[in-house]
Design a protein. Sequence first.
Length: 579
Amino acid sequence: MTHNRAIAERFAQMADMLEIKGESIFRINAYRRAARAVEGLTEDVAALAARGELTNIPGIGKATAEKIVEFLRTGTMKAYDELAATLPPGLTTLMAVPEVGPKTALLLYEQLGITSLDALEAAAKAGRLRDLPRMGPKTEENILRGIAMVRRSAARRPLGVALPVAEALVATLRETREVDAIEVAGSLRRRKETVGDIDILVTSRSPERVMEAFVAAPPVAQVLSHGPTRSSVILDVGLQADVRVVEPASYGAALQYFTGSKEHNVALRERAVRRGLKLNEYGVWRTKDDRRIAGRDEAGVYNAVGLPWIPPELREDAGELEAAEAGRLPTLVTVEEIRGDLHVHTTWSDGASSAEAMATAAKALGYAYLCITDHSQSLKVAGGVSVEDLRAHAAVVRRLSDRLGIEVLMGTECDIGPDGALDYPDEVLDDLDVVIASVHTRFRMSRDEMTRRIVRALETGRVDILGHPTGRLLGARDPYEVDIERIVDAAARSGVALEINASPERLDLKDTDARLARERGVRLAVNTDAHAAAELRHMPLGISVARRAWAEAADVLNTLSPTALRAHLRGRRGARRRR
Ligand SMILES: [Zn+2]
Ligand SMILES: [Zn+2]
């Protein structure tokens, strides 16, 4: 579908450029229609061109069809290039700002020489726009807000941002009582760590009312299109969201189609063809008599091509079709199977809630245990705990268990020093129930140095879990340079669990690394690293990563019962003493 986007983009820009130049509204609209037509296709435009069906698409005329063919053949569009050469580059990007139309764009260029969002922002901030015709301080404000939104919408957003907004939208639509089936599709349903847009599929007997409720929903910042069965909006978090109403008979096929991934769908379609079937967003069809044999529900679509239903998190064409074929799909871990959280902070270091408040909240989530793991002594910026205080806290924690009716374990998130040394003496660590070791300082080391640093920490034999193993912050800080394969192998040798940190900013390990770890026999620990009681609710984000890593309950340390977990931890300490 990459052609579609590139071609639609060019047509839309041609319309913008013609508008700036004051060309005929008919030509302008012809390109806008063509852009929308190509954008809305559910099939690669190259396939339609190959079948000579381009002019059958409503909105594509002879002239635009020729330009599509030209682009497919040469990768360029002469008419586009010629038009672009007559205008300063970048001028059309200004028109992405809601407040800036073609006339304004031209004015900004002619009066102030502005051709980029950066220049526009600087001029608005300096108060240089208010003296232009038809503008004022209020316009400057709106333009600045518009620029911020354009920037946000250009980027993918973390799962932790997109998921709650999507869930709120679904709840709003359900409240109308006009929807029968409803589901979020796309990369969000696959729980990818970042999400480009939100696709929601609905069946309904009154689609118009669903559309009205959608475009009026609270998180909607701008309505891009409002149709009878499909609408698009920009949400206040900067994500685009689309809702489409589909026929019940096609709902399962549409859900399968719009969930993707593209690679998974290509492989599935090829499989269908091999079986004399045709698979598209409307259903599964028998090629010989063009009869629809599935489409109403998603499991039916998979069954029709001889497979069991495949969980969305696995749909990346990364071995899931082969596993499904062989009856070896994993039974993915669920959030209900998590018995406790092993990594949380309290007011004893940089947390906002007391140990008691954290334990009470954990109990309310139905957990059987919680481990308190504040920062260790050297991490002064995060309120690292001295040995003396650690012992005092441990005494408090032991009493909490009896009082609150949840097993509260005493642990630490112990800093790994630049040389791989742990931040408490051995005898202090040996008294704790759980030792998490993490890197919080000196991120800029060579790959080899960093790898040896972490391996050395794991090989002390005193670490139970390696915390947020790569140190990345989604969209904010890249992972430190580290050879994750060597870390995984060291963890396997020393029986250390690798953490999937469920904090929305981290999701570290990431899915593919977690899968590698699991395949090499390393246990995963899915923890929230909560710094406040409310953050214990981030667990489902970490579980999403574990599921994308093909993890079953047995692969995850904190699915163990309290007794089994104690036995596991004691076993590790016993082995150490015998050495
Ligand atoms: Zn940490
Ligand atoms: Zn932490």
